[in-house]
Design a protein. Sequence first.
Length: 169
Amino acid sequence: MQWNKVTTLSKILALILFVALPFIGFYLGVRYADIVKKMLTAGDQATTTVKDITSEVISAPSITTPQSKAAKTASSQLSYTAAVNLYGSRRIQILANCELNPTSISLLNRTSVMFDNRTPESKTIALDGTRYTLAGYDFRIITLKSGILSHTVRIDCGSGVNNGQVILQ
């Protein structure tokens, strides 16, 4: 048997593959698009909440939103340096012009994140539409959770839209 010889059978097989593979690829692509569309639709219909748990809210005394007694006690016990050490890789800095650092981060569901305003001005951020105001050089710990995973929490800052994102898995 010679493998480098062109035969009638090899010509027919090549013709069948040449015609069939594009149709098979198209069919698989359409099926994949339907699956992705269903996943995106399910994610939009999910009741996603960004929860600011009072017992986990830790911020400087100058925060502009009211705090419970437990939160005030927690904020007095945790300095900025301790918060940076504790939340290290789960910290999102708010910089000048509402730039976020990092702009995208992946975390597990129900993870607490430190939002750190590094500017002297007060900044308002929105996580999936829920607004939080941080005074200048202030920080806040917010627990993120979603009923449907994987979910992308959109972060808006000031008048900006989609300045960053947190992907919950």
